[in-house]
Design a protein around this ligand. Structure first.
Ligand code: NDP
Length: 445
């Protein structure tokens, strides 16, 4: 494989798909050596087969708002690779959604799912619909219309979507309701379902919990722990609150959260009643960040800024892709950060990752750090298939084991001669080898 040639070809075929090309480049650069050391991969042209999705389903989603106006959004499902199991990956509802973003997310998902050791392929989907500011009935009508098309392409053994930005328990409920009505059966096709109708305990907090378990393992390599550490978190969505909860439980202090309009700095720490307060705001579809700064004493709101300027031991990007850039990384390093873990997918730009690596800062990439979400979705699928339900402790214990195992795989393939672990390389190689060897076993299809 010649990385530059491959990337030039891909850029010509998919001009302007910035996020997708960024995600592919990161993976191919890290696996180049292993790929070229194993000629069987090149003979089967694994790389060109891996970087293109199996198929992309694109459709329109017409729906009617509360005033009776007819609206039209775009809907997609990118079924990327099913070498090791049914396509699996979330749905994102956000105005920024486009094919480049969904292809980057679907591509990342292939390796992340492989790392979990569970039999799940990679996929992603979503819409440019913005649930923010919409009523419950508008969200319901949109989800129903979205599913009227999507149901033809998914199934428990085919493709199993879940949540992501803008898609939480409420949206999964509306989507599943329509799927069930159309199919006339109650199969476990979506994950992140309500706990009364097939959902797994711990799934809502799994991505955040898993990320903290992973960070714990990273710290342990330096004989450190979370106790007494300060943490900055961005966003305050599905994954951020789980991370804040678990980090606090393990003795750390979370001092920031953020939204698109700025961040909040709370030197006393964001925990207990404060987390519950924000979850209430979130459940009723309200803004969180500014109201938080009015509600609690001693809290500062920094308009239009990102939380990476605050001096902390650990930084956890939890909002969206490329939310922490090279300059942010330099500031964090200058302020003595010891660990950065992407809970959001591709939360850091390549320049930021380089700064962390050059300064030998512990850096965990999203596909390893946030794999606890999809891993617990996999556990939800297992429980659905067995028609059984595990208790919280059992799910949490399995999640913990999976995260420790992923950490072990990253160290196995990413440890350098000087003892520093390149977790990006480790995660990419471990995920790639599993998928590529499975593709080899199955021939050219
Ligand atoms: P949510 O929609 O629940 O939360 C996203 C948070 O980030 C919100 O606080 C939102 O603020 C903020 N945000 C979203 N877009 C932007 C933006 N463009 N600029 C600044 N802030 C933004 O999403 P999730 O928590 O589910 O997802 C967050 C990240 O984690 C994503 O990268 C996702 O792919 C990744 N992830 C999620 C998993 C899951 O289980 N949900 C699993 C694995 C990864 P506001 O609401 O005010 O817009």
């Amino acid at each position: 494989m010649n990385v530059d040639k491959l990337m030039n070809n891909l850029e010509k075929k998919h001009p302007g798909e910035v996020e997708y090309l960024q995600a592919v480049r990161e993976v191919v650069e890290s696996i180049e050596e292993v790929y070229n050391d194993n000629p069987q991969f090149e003979s089967a042209n694994i790389i060109e087969r891996l970087v293109e999705p199996d198929r992309i389903i694109a459709f329109k989603v017409p729906w009617i708002d509360d005033e009776g106006n007819v609206k039209v959004n775009l809907g997609y499902r990118v079924q990327f690779n099913n070498a090791i199991g049914p396509y699996k990956g979330g749905l994102r509802f956000h105005p920024s959604v486009n094919l480049s973003i969904l292809k980057f997310l679907g591509f990342e998902q292939i390796f992340k799912n492989a790392l979990t050791t569970l039999p799940m392929g990679g996929g992603k989907g979503g819409s440019d619909f913005d649930p923010k500011g919409k009523s419950n009935t508008e969200v319901m009508r949109f989800c129903q219309s979205f599913m009227l098309e999507l149901w033809k392409h998914i199934g428990p053994e085919t493709d199993v979507p879940a949540g992501d930005i803008g898609v939480g328990g409420r949206e999964i409920g509306f989507l599943y309701g329509m799927y069930k009505k159309l199919r006339g059966d109650h199969t476990g096709v979506l994950t992140g379902k309500g706990s009364n109708w097939g959902g797994s305990l711990i799934r809502p907090e799994a991505t955040g919990f898993g990320a903290i378990y992973f960070a714990q393992e990273m710290l342990a390599t330096k004989k450190e722990s979370l106790a007494g550490k300060t943490i900055s978190i961005s966003g305050f969505g599905n994954v951020a609150w789980g991370a804040a909860l678990k980090a606090t439980e393990l003795g750390a202090k979370v001092v920031t959260i953020s939204g698109p309009d700025g961040y909040v700095y709370d030197p006393e720490g964001i925990s207990g009643r404060k987390i519950e307060y924000m979850l209430e705001l979130r459940a009723s579809n309200q803004d969180i960040v500014k109201p938080y700064s009015y509600e609690f004493e001693g809290v500062e709101f920094h308009e239009g800024k990102r939380p990476w300027e605050v001096k902390v031991d650990i930084a956890l990007p939890c909002a969206t892709q490329n939310e922490l850039d090279g300059e942010d990384a330099k500031t964090l390093v200058k302020n003595g950060v010891m660990l950065v873990a992407e809970v959001s997918n591709m939360g850091c730009t390549p320049e930021a990752v380089e700064v962390f690596s050059n300064n030998r800062i512990l850096f965990g990439p999203g596909k390893a750090v946030n794999a606890g979400g999809v891993a617990t979705s996999g556990l939800e699928m297992t429980q659905n298939a067995m028609k059984l339900r595990w208790n919280s402790q059992e799910v949490d214990q399995r999640l913990h084991e999976i995260m420790c195992n992923i950490h072990g795989q990253c160290v196995k393939y990413g440890k350098k001669e000087d003892g520093y672990t390149d977790y990006v390389k480790g995660a990419n190689i471990a995920g790639f080898l599993k998928v590529a060897n499975s593709m080899l076993d199955m021939g050219v299809i």
